[in-house]
Design a binder for this molecule. Structure first.
Ligand code: NAD
Ligand code: 89Y
Length: 346
């Protein structure tokens, strides 16, 4: 086993369980989870006990002062990201931060600039591109079997009760594009390349939420390809595919299609083959969340390996800003009714 990497986790809420299981699984690959922190003492203590973490804290400053942390994993909500990231980067601590990177473009840029200036590793835990099914689609596209993608659809439509685990969604001022669009728009970049124009229509279909819960986004990619990225929390169909992403990519020589149930159909040169691209069940994952849960392990592993290799992560801050720029452009487009060019990071 290579040298151990001391990991600390801040935020022990709903989604952090997946990080805790992942870091414990990665102990075999040298991750040493030394401390957890939550402003809610009961949550921090419970996480430490259940996952056998030696120390727990309620005060982030106290944790970073007392611990020798190699890699900090921030799993709090976005309103706290800038404050925590800037403190960590100020101490030279390599940091991973959950999506959405920040509530605003300005915050995301500030964190990216701070990390670049300090020369410190900063990456966003953007895990959809690390889902087993979507990894397989990206690998298949890279083989060139359909040629260069020219049209695509990336779709996440559900009516699953996401509010049960994440009740804070009711109060978001900007909702599904920032929460879920960050994932699917990131996937559009991975499959079809960078984006030069964005048009978006939003809808608020659930009267109990404050902001958009449905978005239909059209992207013109730099390559000339066009994609439709659509997502909603208000789809009423059975079986509900939550949390699977449906995909359809067309190229000059064929097509790749992923339907509910995670079967990929690859057509190339007039022949079609199917492949099961479902994620395996791990000892701590359960349906329907297992596809998302397993991707947390794969993401954490990628972060550990990138940090060790002194490489930028695939979802480094600067890369995630490109997805964030598409998110901002989608909001601007929906407000103005016009197509918008995503901003560039200076
Ligand atoms: P949550 O509210 O359940 O948990 C957040 C925790 O952070 C809470 O326990 C809170 O007490 C703690 N906290 C807040 N401020 C803190 C501070 N200053 N120091 C220490 N602890 C602090 O939220 P959640 O649902 O677990 O979401 C957390 C993040 O994970 C969000 O950004 C969310 O978008 C993201 N998330 C990602 C995925 C994914 O697939 N990548 C899925 C769900 C949630
Ligand atoms: O918050 C969302 C996310 O990031 O992935 C799934 C989710 O938890 C609900 O759609």
């Amino acid at each position: 086993m290579s040298d151990s990497v001391k990991v600390a986790l801040v935020g022990c809420g709903f989604f952090a369980r997946n990080h805790l299981f992942s870091w414990k699984d990665l102990a075999a690959e040298g991750a040493d989870l030394v401390a957890v922190c939550d402003i809610d003492a009961a949550k921090a203590e419970a996480a430490a006990k259940e996952f056998n973490v030696p120390r727990w804290y309620t005060d982030f400053d106290a944790m970073v002062e007392a611990e020798q942390i190699d890699l900090l994993d921030i799993a709090t909500r976005m309103d706290t990201h800038r404050m925590l990231v800037e403190k960590a980067i100020g101490r030279g601590i390599a940091t991973i931060v959950q999506k959405p990177f920040a509530p605003t473009w300005e915050d995301a840029v500030a964190m990216t600039a701070a990390a670049e200036k300090a020369g410190v590793f900063l990456a966003v835990h953007e895990n959809f591109r690390f889902q087993t099914p979507l990894i397989r689609v990206a690998e298949t596209l890279r083989t060139g079997v359909i040629g260069t993608p020219s049209w695509g659809r990336i779709s996440f439509r559900t009516g699953y009760d996401i509010y049960a685990g994440q009740p804070y969604f009711f109060d978001e001022e900007r909702f599904i594009i920032l929460d879920l669009g960050v994932h699917t728009l990131d996937i559009a970049r991975v499959f079809m390349g960078e984006v030069e124009r964005v048009y978006c229509e939003t809808q608020q279909r659930n009267p109990k939420v404050k902001a958009e819960d449905t978005a239909t986004v059209m992207l013109k990619h730099v390559s000339g390809a066009v994609s439709v990225v659509d997502f909603t929390y208000e789809s009423r169909k059975e079986p509900d595919p939550f949390p699977e992403t449906m995909v359809e990519i067309e190229g000059p020589d064929g097509a790749v299609v992923v339907d509910a149930g995670l079967t990929m159909q690859v057509t190339s040169g007039g022949e079609m083959r199917t492949e099961d691209i479902g994620a395996p069940l791990l000892h701590w994952t359960s349906k329907p969340w297992h596809v998302a849960q397993e991707s947390v392990l794969i993401t954490c592993r990628h972060m550990l390996e990138s940090f060790r290799a002194k490489d930028a992560a695939a979802t480094a801050a600067a890369d995630n800003l490109k997805t964030f720029a598409v998110v901002e452009a989608a909001y601007e487009s929906a407000a103005s009714g016009t197509a918008v060019k995503p901003r560039a990071y200076p």
